[in-house]
Write a protein that binds this ligand. Sequence first.
Ligand SMILES: Nc1ncnc2c1ncn2[C@@H]1O[C@H](COP(=O)(O)OP(=O)(O)O)[C@@H](O)[C@H]1O
Ligand SMILES: [Mg+2]
Length: 537
Amino acid sequence: MHNRHEPGVPREPDRPSVAAVLARVTAFALDGLESRPVTVEVDIRAGLPAFAVVGLADKAVYEARERVRAAVLNSGFDFPQRRITSNLAPAYLRKVGPGFDLAIAVGLLAASGQVPAHAVERWAVFGELSLGGELRPARGTLAVAEGARRLGLDGLVLPGERAAEAALVEGLRVVGAATLREVAEVLAGERPAPPQPTPSPAAAAPTDEADVDLSDVRGHEEPIEALVIAAAGGHHLLMVGPPGTGKTMLARRLPGILPPLSRAEAIEVTRIQSVAGLHAGPALAAARPFRAPHHTISASGLVGGGAIPAPGEATLAHHGVLFLDELSEFARPALEALRQPLEDGQVIVVRGQRASRFPTRFTLVAATNPCPCGFLGDGERCRCAEPEVARYHRRLSGPLIDRIDLLVAVQRPSADELAGPPRSRSAVARERVRAARERQSRRFAGTGVACNARMTARLLREHVPLAPATEAALREAHERSALSARGRQRVLRVARTVADLDGAARVAPNHVLRALSLRQHEPGDTPDARVGARAAA
Ligand SMILES: Nc1ncnc2c1ncn2[C@@H]1O[C@H](COP(=O)(O)OP(=O)(O)O)[C@@H](O)[C@H]1O
Ligand SMILES: [Mg+2]
């Protein structure tokens, strides 16, 4: 059994040393949100001076040759004038990005005897090099650190800026360094290794962001309540209303009333952001993601994809909010592509023999005008011809609508409302949401279900038993509006959330009536029919 070796301390080789001309170092390739170990071998032999990198590497990895050459020379090492081959194995795995620079450089120093080969072979090294030999962070540190721990290596050497992120992985020795020379000296035992970095702290929870608070919103009692229900039960929400009435404003206030990220969720969000290159700073992600892709986005931009699978907006919104503003403008294939992530909570991207899995548990919020001109239901202002409106609604009642639990009309606030006091504050809403979520965690403990919106039919039967009066209310709704079986389940899930916000153990008729008033549209039951009905009421 190999003894763990503290860096910065010289040691005797504990196995027959490999031939002086061949060195091995471990690096990692990103594969979706996971990392896969890659052995970087460097072979140096007599021949015309050459430097080749082989093993299904992308352009940035080939370019590593130039960076490695300059970094090695500028760090005061020799660059061997011989035939150098760097092989990245296994060959079938695609190697992407500049994160292999450091491994290739360290392997080269070892193969040329400038660092003892036995000192590097049980280390993972991950980072980009500048021409001057400084280490630069590469994407995906957290995933790489998890991979290094799984392999049981001595530790991971990486750029200092990312050391705290890597140290989130318990039981992994992390060495943060600033330059190639420092890395070489630490591995060779010529310089004491820096102490184990402190893991990233959780950033302060984003409380009371004064500039994004529900107290900015005037009027809109009903839409705000729908927003709270969406937050409390994890329900998807569609807001329909004329332009300039505050739909976008409302959607942006959803993350602020969601409960804070748990530690496990924060680590997952950080890993995703790190792989996507969005993670700055040393702290764990604290805020729930809020992603608002433009309506011109492609299907693969939305759900992930590409020749080398990268996370899409649905994954960047994992544990947070995906906001589709101007829903009717999105291309149909993009919306179609969202069905799987909405249904399964994940996307599988298959490329050749490999499948990458991306998690996609987000709350969907969508906003749209009620008709092409935007003013249907707002007095007499609408100028659209009836067929235009009908066509518009056919587009809207497309692929997503039957996944959305809550539909709310957002009407122009009256002059009195605009001049009046706000109806709510985010701090108050957040506390209601927290209490309702706590009831759900207790209810669903051990089931793998997190919130009411994801109750299966079995959980519904178990947790939403209906008293005869409640059953009667539903039956009446059924007869009035042809409630389908799916529509009924949807109403019951929302009713359960309304009851949770009420602190009620049982779902009562008033909860069901409330849920019905926020009811989803069956196919053919278009948002505008509802907006119209509401305006008329
Ligand atoms: N109900 C409201 N209360 C306060 N301000 C509002 C309200 N509705 C709209 N506004 C103001 O109008 C601006 C535009 O609103 P927005 O949310 O973009 O409307 P929509 O998305 O419905 O077109 C907001 O930034 C805000 O300043
Ligand atoms: Mg808007």
